[in-house]
Design a protein. Sequence first.
Length: 158
Amino acid sequence: MSVLTLEDRAVHTRTPSRQNRSRPNRARQAPVREAPVRQAPVRQARIAQPRSARQRVAQPDPNLRLTPRGRVAAFLASILVLAALVIGAGQMVEATSGGGAGEPVAVVVGAGDTLWGIAKEIAPDRDPRSVVQQIRSLNDLGTRSIVPGQSILVPVAG
């Protein structure tokens, strides 16, 4: 058995000095390439402008498309608007056309007669509602009803 002294131990446990440590050989390594530097695009500073100058005309979105269901809905909406215009124009023409061309004629109300029935008899081609309104205004009836034997004025169909 051998006995190690302190000096021997120091020799065995000693680490190599800094100078003796193995270093990688830098000459053998490939040169490091640096990535090309990209420059950000230069943006111009936004100059404060009056509000009216900043407003732009709205451009339609090219990604916005009308679905088949939307097309049907738009078509039906346009048909409804057109129908409302035609009906409204027809009512205006009827209201301005007036009643008969001549003097009103006196009629005696019979048993079971109504203003509606009288209106349909004297003007079968016109709307009975407008004729009833003319009879009411000619006789100053308002909301009162007619009675048998009463004489009323009716417009003459011309």
